[in-house]
Design a protein around this ligand. Structure first.
Ligand code: UDP
Ligand code: MG
Length: 315
């Protein structure tokens, strides 16, 4: 059994597979770390799987997992962890935006007895203003929900086998990996890294998919939006009370009670708040519905397991 498994989710990364595998295996051999690479092809539409198959045949320390379709990065991470055999696992992007040297740094911490090593972004790399702003807002809410600072968190981290087993035992479908690894606890430390620029291929995240990701994960981790509904209800009640008192005063001081516009406005405002609230509750119910159905997180169509082959000792 290898000491370190590196899990690499890949979606349309045909240009990066060879390079990433080469860089990582070279580095691990140089550092004399007993390693394995687990590439998870998240239903790519390009030649990613062919590339993975090829490197699996060339290097016995590489495992390839092929999804039946695109299930998303979180699912790919979970599949990678489920198929990893190492005493500890590192999850990293396969576009080399997470610096490989940091993997070695994480591994050294693990050797010192740390069970979770979080990769923390020193800088966010090149991102558009809109992206930065929306990510900023999302992480503020997320940090509140998880009660941890998420603003510089990433999916790049090392986890001991204990933490990996704890994650895999979680039944939830809408799992937010980035936060769950801190949720499990254990002896934790962090290392900083600079997000590098992507060498080839393109980012799979549009602003819209980020918004969806944000909403899904806030709902998966927090009931705060539902509490907001209660607060909104309280505020509207307060406004109603004030208006009521004002009307009474006007009535008793002999003024005619007017206000057709006010009535229409109030109906509209309250109506929209009710609909908005129903929407939030509906979203939670839809998530409960998804969880109750208990469908698998992913479907694997093929696996090429490096560990089935003989693994040569690293001297
Ligand atoms: N990825 C994935 N499934 C998806 C989208 C992305 O497995 O549906 C992988 C992708 O191949 C990469 C990592 O997740 O290894 C990060 O994706 P990307 O580089 O597009 O995100 P960014 O670095 O721009 O945040
Ligand atoms: Mg990337």
């Amino acid at each position: 059994m290898p000491k370190l498994s590196i899990v690499l989710p890949a979606y349309n990364e045909e240009q990066m597979i060879d390079k990433t595998a080469g860089v990582l295996s070279g580095l691990m051999e140089k550092e004399k770390i007993d390693y394995e690479l687990v590439f998870v092809d998240d239903g790519s539409k390009d030649l990613t799987w062919n590339k993975i198959e090829k490197i699996c045949n060339q290097n016995k320390r590489i495992t390839g997992v092929h999804f039946s379709r695109n299930f998303g990065k979180e699912s790919a991470i979970f599949a990678g962890l489920a198929n990893a055999a190492g005493d500890c696992c590192v999850v990293m992007d396969c576009d080399l935006q997470h610096p490989p040297e940091t993997v070695v740094e994480m591994y050294r911490f693990w050797e010192q007895g740390y069970e979770v090593v979080e990769g923390v972004k020193k800088s966010r790399g090149k991102e558009s203003v809109l992206h930065k702003a929306s990510a900023g807002l999302f992480y503020k809410m997320m940090s509140k929900a998880v009660k941890l600072d998420m603003s510089r968190a990433s999916d790049f981290k090392l986890m001991d086998r204990k933490a990996v087993e704890a994650l895999l035992a979680m039944p939830e479908r809408n799992a937010f990996f980035r936060a769950l690894s801190s949720w499990v606890g254990y002896r934790t430390t962090s290392v900083e890294f600079d997000v590098r620029e992507r060498e080839a291929g393109e980012s799979k995240w549009s602003t819209w998919s980020l918004v969806k990701y944000a909403i899904t994960n806030i709902v998966a981790f927090s009931t705060m939006p539902m509490q907001l509904v209660t607060i909104a209800g309280g505020l509207v009640f307060l406004v109603g009370l004030i208006l009521g008192v004002q009307t009474l005063i006007k009535y008793f001081s002999g003024h005619a009670v007017e206000g057709f516009t006010t009535v229409i406005l109030l109906v509209l405002i309250i109506g929209s708040i009710i609909m908005f609230s129903l929407g939030i509750i509906g979203y939670y119910i839809s998530k409960i519905y998804e969880e109750v159905k208990g469908r698998p997180r992913y479907l694997i169509s093929r696996t090429i397991r490096g560990t089935d082959h003989e693994i040569q000792e690293i001297k």
